[in-house]
Design a protein around this ligand. Structure first.
Ligand SMILES: [Fe+2]
Ligand SMILES: [Fe+2]
Length: 346
């Protein structure tokens, strides 16, 4: 399928009624943070930090010491970003066709069944999701049709987008450990954002997709690093963190626009760290900012910083009264732990 056709098809799949938008009115109604919102026993229920390459997030304002060659490489990355010299990866055509079908409430399940069944990875992911704790019924879903009926069109859309991001992240083996961490973080932030959406009365699958794609700018940045990094030396995680921190929003906004994604995703991918500066989708940007901070503290074993999110600016932006905030932190921690369990049995 030509790229232009694929992009045109993507126009319709994320359309939603206005009513499910988070709205931008809560900022002025947010109650003042209360230190008492931090519950001490939260510290006893915390997951173990993850092994592996770890989180690339570089706290803003931290001093960064360049090692030899890194400053020159950063300048090359900056030039490539400024000139737009990066591939904008395309998602598989089967996925685009299915995404388009999921936007049609009268879509033919038989047609979806046939399309899904041509893709082994998609079939496996769909069955796994349908039988996960989030959707599981009294009997296992054993067929594609049964799985589609159980997860619904929105659930299918989340599965499709997860696989699409995965396929563009892992198109080569180069820098695979870095791609693994970007992938883990995308899924985790998506899960956290979905868990945040439920008690806030927002559409969970919409925020799952927003969480999944908010850092999509890291995908082309990995491509740039694959192309420019010297072959004889490993890239240090803090250096990757610096590259991501400086450029992933700019590149993410461009990629989301090139994929013709909905304006909300383009806006949030382009501006979520300083969410107060997001003029069109400030509350959504705050929600994914919070979901990302939750992943950072959960995955790196920092319980007191996690608990302190109850009084963060992002939490205040969501407009929840202080007593509800610890419940929100608990719900996300539970969803985070459940996702790890689901991943472990996969
Ligand atoms: Fe980000
Ligand atoms: Fe992020």
């Amino acid at each position: 399928m030509p790229a232009a056709e694929g992009r045109a098809l993507m126009l319709s799949w994320f359309q939603r009624p206005k009513a499910v938008d988070g709205g931008e009115t809560a900022a002025t109604e947010a109650p003042p943070p209360e230190p008492g919102a931090v519950r001490p026993d939260m510290l006893d229920e915390f997951p173990e930090p993850l092994d592996g390459i770890g989180n690339f997030d570089l706290p803003r304002g931290d001093d960064f010491e360049f090692e030899p060659g890194e400053e020159a490489l950063l300048a090359e990355v900056a030039a490539a970003v400024a000139k737009g010299e990066f591939d904008l990866p395309l998602i598989p055509s089967t996925h685009i066709a299915l995404l388009d079908l999921t936007s049609d409430p009268d879509a033919d399940v038989g047609k979806m069944d046939r399309l899904i069944s041509t893709d082994v990875a998609l079939t496996a992911a769909l069955l796994k999701t349908a039988n996960s704790v989030l959707y599981a019924g009294t009997r296992r879903a054993e067929t594609v049709r049964g799985a589609v009926l159980r997860v619904g069109l929105r659930g299918l859309r989340s599965v499709l987008l997860s696989l699409s991001v995965r396929s563009v992240l892992f198109k080569t083996n180069e820098l695979a450990p870095l791609a693994e961490e970007v992938w883990r973080q995308s899924q985790s932030v998506a899960t956290n954002a979905r868990a945040l959406a439920v008690p806030l009365g927002l559409d969970p699958e919409r925020y799952y997709v927003l969480g999944l794609l908010h850092d999509v700018g890291k995908v082309p940045l990995l491509d740039i690093l694959r192309r420019l990094a010297p072959r004889d030396r490993e890239l240090r995680a803090p250096f990757i963190g610096l590259v991501f921190d400086r450029y992933h929003e700019e590149v993410g906004g461009k990629l989301a626009a090139a994929w013709n994604l909905p304006e909300e995703i383009v806006s949030v991918a382009g501006c979520h760290h300083d969410f107060e500066r997001n003029e069109t989708h400030r509350r959504s940007a705050a929600l994914v900012h919070l979901a990302h901070a939750q992943d950072l503290f959960l995955s790196s074993g920092r319980p007191s910083e996690y608990a302190a999110l109850a009084t963060s600016a992002a939490m205040a932006e969501l407009g929840l009264a202080a007593p509800m905030r610890t419940g929100l932190l608990d719900a996300v921690r539970n969803a985070y732990v459940q996702r790890l369990r689901d991943a472990a049995v996969a």
